[in-house]
Design a protein around this ligand. Structure first.
Ligand SMILES: [Zn+2]
Length: 545
């Protein structure tokens, strides 16, 4: 009896599932689809995409099918590309539009077979879906009137909710806010609107880069008296202060900096936890209560003071998160971008490749006797730490492979700075070098010795606590200070360093004094927050015991 009863339950369940197989498969299909674009919060995205397509299905079979094909083809092409180059941005668009034939060939060479497994399964599940569609008894809109209306309301809500939340939550006042449809969780809509945005920003960025050189700026220079002949600004990447032995790391990661004379600040705080916003906050001048005017930056300031400017970069030149620095760089008298646009994985270039270019420029005759400013923008300790290093450079052993590479990349940056100083000394002219890192990183997977590593975040003090030091030819001692200094005031220090007095910047602020900046705020990707309110993310030494 019990057996019979069970059998009929199974039978009923199967019959029930059979009738709804199409809908179940459709859900599976979108689950899969969201897995392909993982940056969107998954359950929310599956649900909203599902609703969107269910509505399309109710409205018209052909539109439903065409949009399924369209989506599948887009993602099948896009998935392998995103595996190689990351999510779509104007950098990827630039890579496509500016690639010559040999680069296109090497681009194709970067793909591997396993990148096509998911796209293949995706096509397969589409075929099954279309078969099931054929046998599914379609409900009419009439029979589902109330559900239809509810779903339309839910759809519109999900479509508009996320972009609006992101728009209103963003309270930082440096740049114009924009409401972006690409922030919607409905996959196909965000995909194509992001694609559109990327094309659009590629063309705008390109134009801005081309025009950067001709911008005339009125800094209102009162006087210039440069103390040194050669100024070098080294912008580091993703380097946390506490991984430098100079700042307390127990293994020797900065042997050069540990013993050199100079000015070393332990209280420097970056403007933001990512390259773009950090450099936006520190290399540009922002008047109180105003938006950033891109014309006012460190290069136009140096040029206004008749200082020759040379920009040497190992970071990409185009792409949403590259442009803020490269746009300044493009306005320098001379510029070298050694990395190909948008190639952030296959086209790795070593920071060391900047050094011969630097030396070459340094040695050039300088008949005008002007002071010169060299800016070196490093890849430093950027993620995929091990790919910053060749085998011999992997010298430090700390917790696991990733963190060992991270610590070794700090050692490499220290060696690069030592080499730059040696080149400057050879030149036999007064020099001064400033180094700071654009931002730090924080630990993830902290309870697992194998998996613990560093990643971007805006949550912790260490995402902002970065090294800052100044090494000059006339330093007679080693001054280590702990002055709370916000990177948002860097431009004042920059002007002081170069001996520039500008009416626009005023004279009252002394960047190199020991007076702390009060109530330092940082931009955590969403809003401005007091630095002191952040949590701490110490190095997980417990794993080393
Ligand atoms: Zn960065």
């Amino acid at each position: 009896m019990a057996l019979l009863f069970n059998k009929s339950i199974v039978k009923n369940t199967l019959q029930y599932l059979n009738l709804r197989l199409f809908y179940i498969w459709l859900l599976f299909f979108f689950f899969f689809l969201v897995a392909i674009s993982p940056e969107i919060s998954a359950p929310y995205a599956v649900a909203s995409t599902y609703i969107f397509y269910y509505l399309l299905y109710l409205i018209n079979n052909t539109i439903f099918k065409i949009s399924l094909y369209f989506l599948t083809i887009s993602l099948v092409i896009y998935y392998p590309i995103s595996m190689l180059y990351g999510t779509i941005n104007s950098g990827i668009i630039a890579a496509f539009l500016e690639t010559n034939f040999s680069e296109a060939a090497s681009f194709l060479g970067g793909f591997s077979v396993d990148m096509f497994i998911l796209p293949f399964l995706y096509i397969l599940s589409l075929i099954i879906l279309i078969r099931l569609l054929k046998y599914n008894i379609k409900p009419t809109i009439k029979s589902q009137k109330i559900l239809f209306i509810i779903l339309i309301v839910v759809f519109l809500f999900t479509l508009l909710y996320s972009p609006s939340v992101i728009y209103f939550k963003n309270n930082y006042d440096w740049e114009e806010k924009t409401w972006k449809l690409s922030n919607t969780p409905i996959n196909i809509i965000s995909f194509y609107s992001e694609m559109y945005n990327s094309f659009e920003s590629y063309y705008t960025e390109k134009k801005l880069l081309e025009n950067a050189k001709d911008i005339m700026v009125d800094w209102n220079i009162l006087s210039t008296s440069s103390q040194y002949k050669n100024y070098v600004l080294v912008i580091g990447e993703s380097a946390r202060k506490d991984y430098f032995s100079t700042y307390g790391f127990p293994l020797q990661t900065t042997p050069f900096l540990d013993k050199t004379n100079g000015y070393i600040n332990q209280g420097y705080i970056s403007a933001a936890p990512g390259t773009y916003h950090s450099l936006l906050g520190s290399l540009y001048f922002k008047e109180k209560e105003k938006k950033i005017d891109y014309a006012y930056n460190i290069i136009t300031l140096a040029k206004a003071a008749k200082i020759e400017t040379i920009w040497l970069s190992n970071q990409g030149a185009i792409g949403k998160y590259d442009t803020i620095a490269s746009r300044i760089g493009a306005s320098a008298d001379k510029q070298y971008f050694i990395k190909k646009a948008g190639y952030n994985t296959s086209g790795e270039t070593d920071d060391l490749e900047l050094l011969p270019l630097f030396q070459n420029e340094l040695k050039k005759e300088n008949p005008t006797d002007k002071a010169r400013l060299f800016v070196l923008h490093l890849m430093g300790s950027h993620q995929k730490f091990c790919s910053r290093l060749n085998e011999e450079e992997k010298k430090i052993i700390f917790i696991n492979e990733n963190l060992s590479c991270y610590a070794s990349s700090i050692l490499k940056t220290d060696a690069i700075i030592e080499k730059i100083i040696a080149q400057l000394q050879q030149q036999n002219e007064p020099y001064s070098l400033i180094y700071f890192s654009d931002h730090g990183l924080s630990h993830i997977n902290k309870d697992d010795q194998e998996k613990v590593t560093l990643d971007y975040s805006g949550k912790f003090k260490q995402n902002y606590a970065v090294p800052f030091f100044k090494l000059s030819s006339d330093d007679s001692d080693r001054t280590v200070v702990n002055t709370q200094r916000s990177a948002m005031n860097f431009i004042y220090g920059f002007a002081q360093w170069l001996g520039i007095k500008s009416q626009r910047l005023g004279q009252s602020y002394d960047f190199f004094s020991e007076k702390n900046d009060s109530a330092i705020k940082v931009y955590n990707f969403e809003q401005m927050l007091p630095f002191n309110s952040l949590e701490s993310d110490p190095i997980p030494y417990y794993l080393t015991k």
